[in-house]
Design a binder for this molecule. Structure first.
Ligand code: CA
Length: 254
């Protein structure tokens, strides 16, 4: 099933093969992939293989057209050959990286073609496969990159001037970096996930501190006080309101 060895597109990647198999849905459903590759046989092979996995595929046969499509249409991932007519793959890669830093680009290259040439390129959302490679490997890479992107956007909370990165646990309030203790951080995340809702002290206690806590404690009020002080600035109070006889509410109406 390697590229360049007489591909049999119909046999490309049975579902359930390869590292992406944990996702029952196939993971490709509807994601748009741009192929920039000038060899029609490879385009055909990749197109059929990716479409069989649920991806929507468009192809460009040279570097200029590929760059134009990459920059003007919305693609979830780009598969890019290095040796292309009219504009080389590395040039296309550099321009796509500048304009679309978060779109994953998977470069297809012959062995040795790329290793010494990628220095200076932002390697962030970029990966490469050395020819010959299997369809299963390409599909697995595309899926892995799409998952990483989806995970990164699911791992951020951003509301009412407060930004929380759940992975790095960094917090910003009104653009300022704020340092929180572990408990303060957990409390803020809990409140933000219930944005606009009044949550009771009991709910907060059991979710943030766990059930073993004495319900008579005023620890919630103490920590809300800490948060308000750290998140607020003169003239810009923290977006945590007291809801009388209930508890607290983050942001939302009022
Ligand atoms: Ca080529």
């Amino acid at each position: 099933m390697a590229i360049g060895t007489g591909p049999e597109p119909g046999t490309a990647v049975a579902r359930g093969e390869g590292p992406g198999s944990a996702e029952a849905s196939g993971g490709g459903e509807g994601a748009r992939v741009l192929l920039i590759e000038d060899e029609p046989g490879i385009v055909d092979f990749l197109r059929r293989g990716l479409e069989a996995e649920g991806f929507v595929v468009e192809a460009a046969m040279d570097g200029v057209e590929g760059e134009r499509m990459a920059l003007h249409d919305r693609f979830d991932a780009i598969v890019l050959d290095l040796m292309l007519p009219r504009r080389g793959g590395l040039e296309v890669l550099a321009s796509v990286r500048r304009a679309l830093p978060r779109v994953p680009v998977i470069v297809l290259s012959a062995r040795g073609e790329i290793e010494d040439r990628v220095q200076g390129l932002d390697a962030g959302a970029f990966d490469y496969l050395v020819k010959p490679f299997s369809m299963a490997e390409l599909v697995a890479r595309v899926r892995a990159h799409l998952r990483t992107i989806a995970h990164a956007s699911a791992s951020r909370l951003n509301a009412d001037g407060i930004e929380v990165d759940l992975m790095s646990r960094r917090v910003r309030a009104g653009g300022r970096a704020v340092t929180l203790s572990t408990t303060e951080f957990e409390l803020l995340v809990y409140l933000m996930r219930h944005r606009g809702q009044a949550v009771s002290r009991e709910q907060i206690l059991s979710s943030v501190w766990g059930y073993e806590h004495d319900p008579a404690t005023n620890v919630v009020d103490v920590y809300v006080g800490y948060l308000r002080r750290k998140l607020g600035a003169p003239g810009e109070p923290a977006p945590i309101s007291t809801v009388r006889a209930v508890g607290y509410r983050f942001g939302g109406p009022g």
